[in-house]
Design a protein around this ligand. Sequence first.
Ligand SMILES: *Cc1c(COP(=O)(O)O)cnc(C)c1O
Length: 390
Amino acid sequence: MSDHLMNTYNRQPVTFTRGEGVWLWDIAGEKYLDALAGVAVNGLGHAHPKLVKAISEQASRLIHTSNIYHIAEQAALADKLCEISGMDKVFFCNSGCEANEAAIKLARLYGHHKDIQAPEIIVMDKSFHGRTMATLFATGSRKVQAGFEPLVSGFVRVPYDDIEAVKQVASRNSSVVAILVEPVQGEGGINIPGGVYLEALREICDAHGWLLMLDEVQTGIGRTGTWFAFQHTAVMPDVMSLAKGLGSGVPIGACVAKGKAAEVFTYGKHGSTFGGNPLACVAGLATLKAIEEEGLCENSTKIGDFIRAGFEAEFKNTKGIIAIRNAGLMIGIELDRPCGDLVNSALKAKLLINVTADNVVRLLPPLVMSEDEAKELVSRLSLLIKTFLA
Ligand SMILES: *Cc1c(COP(=O)(O)O)cnc(C)c1O
């Protein structure tokens, strides 16, 4: 503990020193089941041998040069991301909010190219896009914005999963240039939209010449059972932001674009000192390779559905459970009351979970979780939730 850290986090009273797969050990040697994976970051679990080998070798060769020079690892990762997504071009940065900042800048520039002087972007209630100034005001939560006014303008907010609301904006507002949306809302409470939501948004974007920009920072890199959540549909986005799972803990973000959107940024319009450095890109390449070799997208679907079925069986006669939702290994259990205290009782039971949107238990386990480990998770957590609700 240090008195010299700014108070931006309400930290759990635990310090980890070592990890392996879905397990973590604290300084006292106690073993914990990690069902949060650093908030959707450690898809490969902890200390995955292929990742450790790749980044150790790269670190001993070269960590950073500069985007002033060609970076072979960056080019290789851009090629791989475009191959698995069907997108065309990538800008690398270091985090999710930066990936969204790039997307927001790209959309504004796209608008100015169309002679729209004050371009606006449609964003959603309950969304989360990051903590920088622009992404803060794109985020649909007054709580995170309060105190940071004056707000960054240029965002029009509508309810999530509400096509009529988007159509109404389209009919009266001629300065909209893009929609920024999460395919599944993470921080907002694991909110999964109805079946044709993305298709309908795509249609509206096409009819008005808007960019469809998907924030896949949490849903991307295998989390929902496909490389990217949009791949559950026939929709292609114009822009997609990535981060969290991409580097398995080595900071990296990416703004990925297709077609006309891929040509918007030209020389001098955006940049990043660290973005796409050799170490981060090797972490990204090793992550994608391991997911492919070990069938982890498929495992995400299999284990995610297994966990949901497990909770459905456990909670069949439990009052207080409103819904159990999952998209692969993005899992939410909505309770009828605020349940932040569950994080503490879970920690005491050597289980790492998260509560979001006040009353939703959120699980984002490593993609490498086995069926036995999933059983352990379901039994530990359902006991805690039943005790909490009793
Ligand atoms: C976590 C998250 C972000 C912000 O990512 P940072 O790396 O913390 O800046 C943005 N969008 C979504 C959907 C996220 O889950």
